[in-house]
Design a protein around this ligand. Structure first.
Ligand SMILES: Cc1ncc(COP(=O)(O)O)c(C=O)c1O
Length: 380
């Protein structure tokens, strides 16, 4: 959320309005009970209260490898190819510092999760946008990347199911991207936050299923959305052993690893993922339909996402993303994210999060849809 919009929302809340927050992608569901039980039991063990290691417990790294084998048919070396992260955000930021020097280029999806740009900027590198266009199913067009930028690039990020566009990618797309990176010595990073939230029988692949993926780079797998555990701050870097080792070296100077009791809990989540996945996906699919049905009934052209926890839709003609988000906040007391906050290509779009229950979501759409039919000039 932009700071202008944050201020607006804070003001509305201070004034006592019933604000429905669809601006951020925070799951409202609880983490699966098996994981919570495992956490409670582990917290009671004094032997797990000491300093962890950045590398993480064998039990956890094995659970990640078993997850990749079971879920994606991908063999991962738990010893050399898995590194726990304190959330994907931490991992992505430190990957930027690991892989990029000042003056380097990072190829970043536009629109994209804003931390990608932060990672490049903090490393002193330049972010080069890979526009994700509806006409290209929100996939990056590697042939359109500027040759000089590609030559100076050291890191390139893809993320599917995509935040914010809802686009999805198949293994062929990942392979083309991996080859592009391998041929130019660019480290590929697949930010995988939503592979386990998918709809209509669609099953999302892992980047690591692409034959060249391991040579190209790594996947960052977040526990936050799939396992409804954003506060646990748990994710993994999985894949290329050299990249993993470099990231581990940097992190050794930054943090001391994940709380050991939490590592046991996260291993429990991964072990029980099959049960939680279906339930979580069904919940978000129902919500996706509430939102998309309402938008379609209002004549808004929206592509029903096949995964993730967002709906991406165009703002009324002629109205900027930020103006629309502010008008919706002021008049409907509903917070949506302005598409432009994810990059210039997001201008003219807004993003709705599916992280509230059905009743509140229906109410949000009842309030918001009339504003889609109004022209901006109707704002009092
Ligand atoms: C694409 C994407 N990557 C990463 C994250 C952050 O994940 P984590 O909670 O593991 O830091 C998010 C959260 O919104 C996201 O949408």
């Amino acid at each position: 959320m932009t700071s202008q919009l944050k201020d607006e929302v804070a003001r509305l809340q201070r004034e006592g309005h019933d604000v429905i927050a669809l601006g951020v992608g925070e799951p409202d569901l609880p983490p699966p009970s098996a994981g919570r039980e495992a956490f409670a039991a582990a917290v009671r063990r004094p032997d797990l209260a000491g300093y962890p290691t950045v590398k993480g417990e064998d039990r956890l790294r094995q659970a990640v490898a078993a997850f990749y084998r079971r879920r994606f048919g991908v063999e991962v070396d738990a010893e050399r190819e898995v590194l726990p992260l304190l959330g994907a955000k931490e991992g992505l930021l430190h990957l930027g510092l690991t892989l990029l020097d000042p003056g380097d280029v990072a190829l970043l999806p536009d629109p994209g999760y804003p931390v990608y740009m932060s990672a490049a900027a903090i490393a002193g590198a330049r972010g080069e946008a890979m526009p994700l266009l509806a006409a290209n199913r929100f996939l990056p067009d590697v042939d359109a990347i500027d040759a000089d930028a590609a030559a100076a690039a050291r890191m390139a990020i893809v993320s599917y199911p995509n935040n914010p566009t809802g686009g999805v990618a198949d293994v062929d797309v990942f392979e083309r991207f991996a080859r592009f990176c391998v041929e130019r010595g660019i480290v590929a990073v697949s930010d995988s936050a939503y592979t386990e939230i998918t709809f209509d029988d669609y099953v999302a692949p892992s980047f690591l299923q692409a034959p060249s993926a391991r040579e190209a780079g790594i996947e960052v797998l977040s526990m936050s959305k799939t396992f409804s555990a954003p506060g646990w701050r748990a994710a993994f870097a999985v894949g290329n052993a050299e990249v993993i080792a470099a990231l581990q070296r940097l992190k050794t100077h930054v943090d001391a690893g994940m709380f050991r009791a939490l590592q046991h809990a996260v291993a429990g989540l991964l072990d029980g993922h099959r049960a939680s996945r279906a339930e979580v996906s069904a919940t978000y699919q129902r919500r996706r339909d509430i939102v998309c049905d309402a938008l379609e009934a209002a004549g808004v052209p929206v592509s029903r996402p096949k995964g993730g926890m967002f709906v991406w839709a165009p703002t009324p003609a002629g109205e900027s993303a930020l103006d629309f988000a502010r008008r919706v906040a002021r008049q409907a007391h509903v917070v949506v994210a302005a598409g432009s906050s994810f990059g210039p290509t997001g201008e003219g779009f807004f993003r709705l999060s599916l992280g509230v229950d059905d009743r509140r979501l229906r109410e949000a759409m009842d309030r918001l849809v009339p504003l889609l039919r109004q022209t901006p000039g109707d704002d009092p």
